[in-house]
Design a protein around this ligand. Structure first.
Ligand code: NDP
Ligand code: HSE
Length: 428
């Protein structure tokens, strides 16, 4: 094939699960990629910590520990080392040298995205990050480009495969959280330190990125309300299923009157909602836009080859831009909506509580909801221990603030032995 341009030099930072697959695919598909782009790629080198370690399918002569030398020799830099430091410094060095940068690093984009986008724009470079949210699933480009002319009102996503796997196992086998986590670890879904996944930090980073794009506003990750799944119980799963719901860890980004709210927490969704059908370690993002209506993006949210696919898509875009030239474009944040606290949302709630099984208790519980203006949709009762009943109350839409007051009042009642669960309920 005749190529019109000199080879495009690509620096790969990292040769782990994703990096090694990117290198392998770039080598295996070299000719095909060159035809698509109009120029060949040349891997300038691959940054690792241990250059002597053998990584099957990746030529060891490409390994280097000289970050600066490698970055400054490249037209495009792909950052796949993860974490904030030194990834941030390497990305800045690359942008400052005029290179375009591709990253899968959601922690970095969520924490420092605006600053890095500004830097790229000033320098006429571009920062690509399709793989940072939901792995192989195209969701950044659809939000940034395809839906750029529409008004997105809400984005709800299952954006962490590890926690979806754990919740799915709890639901399908009746396992408790610790058993399901142990299985996720054994199968390689959960890392040795699963904190980022099970405490919702990973999903919160992705929620900040999705909310920024969907609502054209800066959303600091610290403004994302975050609850993990460690307190989800087998009883909660069973109660949810009996009421026709699944428990999912959702990242929810939505407009409220004068701003936006981004939150990550265990959520009940009706079994007939498309997100309820997302099983195992899969991811999905459900977008509600004013004209486009409801859209669902589904697929593998992680995995070396799967994530490498998204990186290669960005690589082809970056290479075409490199050849054509043009300014660096930052994501638009013109709407400047404020990221508001979770107390500003309105949603439905399911509250499960153990109460004394005595005359008048149900009426007094109902009166607490009424006092705070929270309307009850359904109440079901089953026996708990002797002399105690388990009540499951489903509310109509109510404000988070009012619900917090209800829970606080319930806790102070002598007839309430225990509040077993309070969980938000979402739907279409
Ligand atoms: P790995 O831990 O498997 O690989 C990290 C690589 O980076 C290793 O090759 C390591 O070198 C190298 N590295 C780490 N720190 C340094 C450093 N300070 N200097 C030089 N090299 C360094 O990570 P993954 O491939 O799993 O993830 C990469 C990125 O992709 C992360 O940001 C992650 O969040 C993101 N991502 C990952 C997904 C996945 O499924 N794995 C899915 C979506 C996103 P060495 O080999 O010598 O240790
Ligand atoms: N730990 C993440 C997950 C990997 O479980 O989905 C992809 O970001």
């Amino acid at each position: 094939m005749q190529t019109a341009y000199r080879a495009i030099r690509v620096a790969l930072l990292g040769a782990g699960s994703v990096g090694a697959n990117v290198a392998r695919l770039m080598i295996e598909n070299k000719q095909e990629l060159a035809q698509r782009v109009g120029a060949e790629f040349e891997i300038a080198g691959i940054l690792v910590r241990d250059a002597h370690q053998v990584r099957p399918g990746v030529p060891s002569e490409l390994f280097t520990t000289d970050a600066e030398g490698l970055i400054l020799s490249a037209d495009i830099v792909i950052e796949l080392i993860g974490g904030i430091h030194p990834a941030k410094e390497y990305v800045e060095l690359a942008l400052n040298s005029g290179a375009d940068v591709i990253t899968a690093n959601k922690a970095l984009i969520a924490a420092h995205g605006p600053q890095l986008f500004d830097l790229a724009e000033q320098l006429g470079a571009q920062l690509y990050y399709e793989a940072a949210v939901a792995g192989a699933i195209p969701i950044i480009r659809p939000l940034r480009e395809s839906l750029a002319g529409d008004k997105v009102n809400r984005v709800m996503g299952i954006v962490n495969g590890t926690t979806n796997f754990i919740l799915d196992r709890m639901e399908s086998t009746g396992a408790d959280f610790d058993e399901a986590l142990a299985e996720a670890t054994k199968l390689g879904y959960a890392e040795a330190d699963p904190t980022a996944d099970i405490e919702g930090y990973d999903a919160a980073s992705k929620a900040a990125i999705l909310a920024s794009l969907a609502f054209h506003s800066e959303v600091p990750v610290e403004k994302v309300h975050r609850e993990g799944i460690t307190s989800v119980t087998a009883l909660q799963m069973e109660t949810a299923r009996d009421a026709g719901y699944a428990v999912k860890l959702l990242a929810i980004c939505e407009r409220v009157d004068d701003g936006l709210v981004a939150r990550v927490h265990p959520t009940l969704i009706p079994l007939d909602h498309p997100l309820a059908a997302v099983r195992g370690a899969y991811n999905a993002v459900f977008v509600e836009a004013e004209s486009a209506g409801r859209l669902m993006f589904y697929g593998a949210g992680a995995g070396g080859p799967q994530t490498a696919s998204a990186i290669l898509g960005d690589l082809v875009s970056a290479a075409k831009r490199h050849l054509a030239g043009g300014p660096g474009l930052a994501d638009s944040v013109h709407a400047n909506l404020e990221a508001l606290p979770v107390q500003r949302i309105q949603t439905r709630y399911q509250i499960t509580l153990q109460v004394s099984d005595e005359p008048g208790v149900l009426a007094s519980i109902a009166s607490v909801f009424a006092e705070h203006g929270v309307s009850v949709e359904t109440v079901s009762q089953s026996s708990a221990t002797t002399g105690a009943a388990l009540l499951t109350v489903m509310t109509h839409r109510a404000s988070e603030q009012a619900l917090e007051q209800v829970v606080s009042s319930l806790r102070s009642k002598n007839s309430v032995q225990q509040i077993s669960s309070v969980i938000r309920v979402e739907g279409m």
